[in-house]
Design a protein around this ligand. Structure first.
Ligand code: ADP
Ligand code: G6P
Length: 446
């Protein structure tokens, strides 16, 4: 039985890219806690085991569960709706039923490992019903919930079938955390609209308890990135990358994302294509490297995105490339942390241009890696990170002209200007490490 339990869809074991696991693994390790989650494979439930100092409690998902709960309700209904509806949200009754059943399985697993009076921290949009279910099973627990993705405006949330169930589910927690203050306000407004509750400030009374909704902007493990960036081998790799890409005379632009339609990858590539077409940049002077990690590839909208991106990459390289010199390098691959940091060190301009993103840790990782105070960050206004990194070149990714303006401003900026911006952003990121984020959340949870 454990005093501290993390409940998340994925276990921190071979988890692949994604903000949640990168953020939580260090904390759970240092608190000797347990982690309840899915291995990522169908029909698999190994016995509980230890992994890098964390007690792992696997929850089994069948192929049908993966279809309905994970790819369906989580990633085809909730994910697009909560990201401003940038792709249409799809609704199916069997998905909803499976989501509920799987959430109950997670709640039961958490109830079985948590000691009397333990703290249980539930994560993200896949598990929004768990706090309410867990409260029923174990009223003795302190329950926290953190949503890693945006919480939508009230009008959009209202489209969700059985929307009240989700609000009740979240109200099962003592503390509901969001990336942005506006998200917490949206949630509290919904408690009034759907349940007739009367929030006061950030608190609301529900079934005889007080629930607090507050923003806790997440961050990264700064020392991990800092150590990699200081590693001579990583620095050597960064120099090799630059050399292979055409040396110091060629400006290196970089994008690093899961291949997700919320990331604005196609708009970014379109903007780069236009810069090449109107002669603002040339294949001799600049190169764009886009690392797009495979993600949720069984979901149709992700397959369609892949096709769009690959078509556009081919068009641009065909039109503006030369033998032995391509203007755009597209890597549909996962890369190690060390390789990512080498890319961050090599890049003159980092392009982080999501249409909507709860936070975006890549932006913070880039800043943390630039111990040399070099490099420029072009950042979408529609990321959580933009609230903290206001010294980036902020852009509206829906407006290709504005994207181009932001990239051009980064190209034209003086080294002094860039260093001053990077210094301020580094102060912000270094002062708000993920360890501090977790500490603040857990202190508020009490
Ligand atoms: P999201 O959570 O939507 O994937 P974030 O930017 O918040 O977006 O977090 C992504 C995390 O995944 C970052 O820590 C980033 O370093 C990591 N990541 C992204 N792409 C890759 C990749 N190709 N290989 C390894 N890690 C990656
Ligand atoms: C985002 C979500 C996480 C999710 C990750 C990777 O960061 O907030 O909950 O784990 O993407 O997505 P996946 O579907 O592969 O778990």
């Amino acid at each position: 039985m454990k005093r501290f339990v993390v409940v998340a869809n994925r276990l921190p074991v071979d988890a692949g890219p994604g903000g949640l696991v990168s953020a939580l693994q260090p904390i759970t390790r240092s608190s000797g806690g347990a982690w309840v989650g899915w291995t990522g494979n169908p029909d698999e439930r190994p016995e509980p085991f230890e992994h890098e100092g964390v007690h792992i409690h696997p929850v089994e998902l069948s192929a049908d569960d993966i279809d309905r709960y994970y790819e369906g309700q989580s990633n085809s209904t909730i994910w697009p709706l909560f990201h401003d509806g940038v792709e249409p949200s799809v609704h199916h009754r069997p998905w909803r039923v499976a989501y509920q059943a799987v959430n109950m399985r997670f709640a039961e697993a958490a109830a079985a490992v948590a000691a009397e009076g333990a703290t249980v921290w539930v994560h993200d949009y896949q598990l929004m019903l768990v706090p309410g279910m867990l409260r029923e099973l174990r009223p003795d627990l302190r329950i926290g919930f953190f949503l890693h993705i945006p919480f939508p405006p009230v009008e959009l949330f209202m489209q969700l079938p059985r929307r009240t169930d989700f609000v009740r589910g979240l109200l099962g927690a003592d503390l509901v955390g969001f990336q942005q203050p506006l998200a917490a306000q949206n949630f509290l407004r919904l408690t009034t609209q759907l349940l007739g509750l009367r929030p006061e400030g950030e608190r609301v009374e529900y079934e005889g308890r007080t629930v607090t909704a507050r923003a806790f902007p997440i961050s990264i493990d700064v020392s991990e990135i800092d150590e990699l960036a200081a590693d001579p081998e990583v620095q050597e790799e960064a120099r090799r990358l630059r050399k292979d890409l055409g040396g110091d005379r060629r400006l290196l632009l970089l994008g690093v994302d899961r291949l997700d339609y919320t990331k604005g990858i196609d708009q970014r590539i379109e903007a780069y294509g236009e810069l090449l077409a109107d002669g603002t940049v040339s294949n001799e002077e600049a190169v764009l490297v886009q690392v797009a990690t495979p993600s949720r590839m069984r979901v149709a909208q992700y397959q369609q995105l892949r096709e769009r991106v690959e078509r556009e990459v081919g068009r641009i390289n065909g039109e503006f490339g030369d033998v032995g010199r391509a203007p755009l390098h597209y890597l549909f691959q996962s890369r190690s942390r060390a390789e990512l940091v080498a890319l961050y060190l090599a890049a003159d301009i980092m392009l982080v241009t999501p249409l909507r993103d709860g936070m975006n840790l890549v932006a913070k990782e880039y800043v943390a890696a630039r111990r040399d105070e070099g490099g420029a960050l072009v950042l979408s206004e529609f990321t959580g990170a933009a609230s903290e990194l206001s010294d980036a070149f902020l852009v509206n990714p829906y407006d290709v002209d504005d994207l181009k303006r932001g990239i051009n401003a980064a190209i034209a900026a003086s080294p002094d200007d860039l260093a001053a911006r990077m210094r301020k952003m580094r102060e912000t990121v270094r002062a708000n490490d993920v360890g501090r984020w977790a500490k603040q959340f857990l202190e508020a949870l009490g």
